[in-house]
Design a protein around this ligand. Structure first.
Ligand SMILES: NC(=O)c1ccc[n+]([C@@H]2O[C@H](COP(=O)([O-])OP(=O)(O)OC[C@H]3O[C@@H](n4cnc5c(N)ncnc54)[C@H](OP(=O)(O)O)[C@@H]3O)[C@@H](O)[C@H]2O)c1
Length: 344
């Protein structure tokens, strides 16, 4: 069996990640039309074309999953909490994009190139990580071959698409308004995003970190199976439409040469090294948008620590940061025999 033979549902098919999921399904399975497109009542009845067939979006209800083999949920966290267990109980494998189950010890949190083996113990639901965690672990994982990682400091520059379609529209409209002297009037985001940056993604916790930052800390350790790694993050929203950047500082048990790191990263599937600063070659959001890979450059000795490396990591948050990672999980799970089609 492969993904082509399974009935797939996309919950949140009208959203930023859902739309990317449909684009990737069409790109990877150009004849696949055994799909169910779901969203909230607001979008029920909307028509969306995939692989030459027109689908009508349905309202997501508890009965939506009886005829479905595999469900991608990219809606709000509360929708995942409600519909994830319902879909799993109906016998479908659920791949969830939200933070609802990520830190649940009974739910694997998976980036296939890093911890694909964790798919073997799923119990119906698998989570994908936060869109900045995925690129971070994609570069941290191969570098562990050189020396164990002791500490990671990750400072992010995250695009508005990380906050969904409404935040993208807000950047578009707000930029025009502010350019013409009008008020910014933030709505989908906590602050003005046009011509501004702010260190506030998700809500603040008592520790002073935001939940987004805490996700990077907790999720990286879970995926890497390394609770001993000290992690700190500062997550910042920038006025870019697509792709997240991470300035990452990794401290190892022993010194690791930049050249060795470059070589290990070159060999990592899903990672592309773009590192020729003299020729102004380094990853940027405009180049990474629409691409599958995690891009890494500016790899250098960290001047502040003898065992440290600094680097700059960029990835399309809607592709490898969300929809592609989810689809790859499905493909890996099918290949490992961890998905059982209802009709087969
Ligand atoms: N954006 C990213 O880079 C990214 C990366 C990794 C993970 N994620 C996660 O992916 C999820 C979706 O994010 P997004 O950026 O795609 O958000 P979005 O653009 O705001 O889309 C949200 C989707 O959820 C649907 N929805 C809302 N209420 C629903 C309900 N009651 N039942 C079913 N569907 C409902 C919406 O449908 P309507 O059209 O009916 O409103 C829409 O399709 C979130 O959990 C997010 O944390 C996002």
């Amino acid at each position: 069996m492969d993904l082509q033979g399974l009935k797939l549902a996309v919950v949140g098919a009208t959203g930023a990640v859902g739309q990317e999921t449909l684009r990737l399904i069409a790109a990877r399975y150009p004849t696949h039309t055994n799909l169910k497109l779901l969203a909230s009542r607001r979008s029920a009845g909307r028509r969306i074309d995939v692989n030459g067939k027109t689908f009508t979006v349905g309202e997501t209800t508890d009965d939506s999953f009886d005829d479905v083999d595999l469900v991608f949920i990219s809606a709000r966290t509360e929708d995942s909490r409600r519909f994830g267990p319902v879909a799993a109980a109906a016998g479908a494998m659920v791949i969830d994009d939200s933070s609802a189950f990520r830190m649940d010890p009974g739910v694997p949190l998976v980036v296939p190139e890093v911890n694909g083996d964790d798919l073997d113990w799923h119990d119906g639901i698998v989570s994908i990580p936060n869109c900045s965690t995925t690129p971070l672990v994609m570069v941290a994982h191969p570098l562990r071959q050189a020396s164990p990682i002791r500490r990671i400091i990750a400072d992010t520059y995250q695009s508005v698409s990380g906050a969904g379609g409404a935040a993208m529209n807000e950047l578009r409209h707000q930029t025009r308004t502010v350019m013409h002297g009008g008020p910014a009037a933030p709505d989908a985001q906590p602050q003005q995003i046009a011509f501004n940056v702010f260190p506030h993604i998700d809500s603040f916790t008592e520790s002073g970190y935001t939940r987004e930052e805490q996700k990077m800390i907790d999720e990286s350790r879970k995926i890497l199976h390394a609770p001993e790694i000290a992690v700190s993050a500062t997550c910042v929203r920038v006025p870019v439409f697509v792709s997240h950047c991470v300035a990452a500082h990794l401290e190892f048990a022993e010194p690791v040469a930049a050249g060795e790191a470059r070589e290990l990263l070159r060999r990592m599937p899903g990672v592309t090294v773009q590192d020729d600063p003299a020729a102004s070659v380094y990853p940027m959001p405009v180049d990474a948008a629409g691409c599958d890979d995690v891009f890494v450059g500016r790899i250098r000795k960290d001047a502040s620590h003898p065992n440290g490396l600094a680097m700059w990591v960029v990835t399309d948050n809607l592709v490898k940061g969300a929809a592609l990672n989810a689809l790859q999980i499905a493909e890996h799970a099918v290949a490992r025999g961890a998905v059982h089609g209802k009709r087969s």
